[in-house]
Design a protein around this ligand. Structure first.
Ligand code: NAD
Length: 258
C-alpha cells in the first residue's frame, strides 16, 4: 500500500498545468487531495475525474481564502499532511523592464507567487504541528537561481520563494515539518503555451528552441515535476529539508542558460 494512502494534500493552483499533475499523482497514490484554483471549470473537471480530488474555488493570494482552504481540509479529513505551494503566474504583459512594470502587476505577481506561500504555510503549520509533522513543497523555478531579461517581479517572487523555504525549514524542523522546493525548467503547461503564443514569428520554431535549451532536448511534462514532488513528500526523503531539487532537464548544469 502506498504511504500516501489517506494522507491529506492541499495543492494551490491545482486545476491546470503542474498543479494538476501533482493532484493526479497524489490521487493515484490514494491521498485525499484538495485542489484550490481560480479556474472553476478546470477545477471541477479535474475533481470529476477522481473521487479523491476535491475542488475549491479561490484566489490564494487572499488570506481568507487560504484560511478557509485549511479549515475545509481539517473539517473534512481532520488535518493536513502535505502542502504543495504550487500556484504561480507570469502574465505575458509583465515581460517589461522594471521601470515599465506597473505597481499593480508587481503586487499581483508577488502576492500570487510569494505571499500565497506564506499565507498557506501560516494556516497549515499549526495543523501540521498538532498532527506531529508534515511536508511543505514549493514549485519555485530555475528563475530563482538565475535570471532572464524583463521578469523582475517573477524573478523576485521565485528568489523569495526559495529563501522563505529555507527559512521555514529552520523554524519547523523541531516540529517534524520538512520544507522543500522544486525548480522546474520549461514544462509544457498553459503558462508556457501563453508565453509561446505571445512570441511573434514561428511558434513551432520557438518551441523547438525552448526544448533545445535543455540538455535533454525536450520540454518537461507536469508528471516530471509531480514524480519529484512525490519523492520529496515521501519518507524516502526524510533527511531532506531546507533545500531544492532542479527538475530541469540539465538546464542549470549549463551554468548559464543564455
Ligand atoms: N511551466 C513552467 O515552465 C514552469 C517553470 C518553472 C516554474 N514554474 C512554476 O510552476 C508553478 C505552476 O506553473 P504552471 O506552468 O503549471 O502554470 P499554469 O498557468 O499552467 O497553471 C497555474 C494554475 O494556477 C491557477 N491560478 C492562477 N492564479 C491563481 C490564484 N491567485 N489563486 C489560485 N489559483 C490560481 C491557474 O488558474 C492555473 O490553473 C508556478 O509557480 C510557476 O511559476 C513553471
Amino acid at each position: 500500500m502506498s504511504e500516501f494512502q489517506g494522507k491529506v494534500v492541499i495543492v494551490t493552483g491545482g486545476a491546470k498545468g503542474i498543479g494538476k499533475g501533482i493532484c493526479e499523482a497524489f490521487a493515484e497514490e490514494g491521498a485525499q487531495v484538495l485542489c484550490a484554483d481560480v479556474d472553476t471549470q478546470a477545477g471541477e473537471q479535474l475533481a470529476a475525474s477522481r473521487p479523491n480530488i476535491r475542488f475549491m474555488h479561490g484566489d490564494v493570494s487572499q488570506s481568507a481564502v487560504c484560511q478557509s482552504l485549511v479549515e475545509t481540509a481539517v473539517g473534512t479529513w481532520q488535518g493536513v499532511d502535505i502542502l504543495c505551494n504550487n500556484v504561480g503566474i507570469q502574465p505575458t504583459t509583465s515581460y517589461v523592464r522594471a521601470h515599465e512594470l506597473t505597481e499593480g502587476q508587481w503586487d499581483r505577481i508577488i502576492n500570487t507567487n510569494l505571499k500565497s506561500r506564506f499565507l498557506m504555510a501560516k494556516y497549515c503549520i499549526p495543523v501540521m504541528q498538532k498532527r506531529g509533522g508534515g511536508v511543505i513543497i514549493s514549485t519555485a523555478s530555475v528563475q530563482g537561481l538565475q535570471s532572464a531579461p524583463q521578469v523582475s517581479a517573477y524573478a523576485a517572487s521565485k528568489g523569495g520563494d526559495l529563501s522563505l523555504m529555507r527559512q521555514l525549514a529552520l523554524d519547523y524542523a523541531e516540529d517534524n515539518i520538512r520544507v522543500l522546493a522544486i525548480n522546474p525548467g520549461a514544462i509544457d503547461t498553459p503558462l508556457v503555451q501563453e508565453a509561446l503564443d505571445a512570441e511573434s514569428g514561428d511558434q513551432e520554431e520557438a518551441r523547438r528552441q525552448m526544448a533545445e535549451m535543455h540538455p535533454v532536448n525536450r520540454i518537461g511534462q507536469p508528471a516530471d515535476i509531480a514524480q519529484a514532488v512525490l519523492f520529496l513528500a515521501s519518507s524516502k526523503a526524510s533527511f531532506m529539508t531546507g533545500s531544492y531539487v532542479n527538475v530541469d532537464g540539465g538546464l542549470m548544469a549549463k551554468g548559464a542558460w543564455a
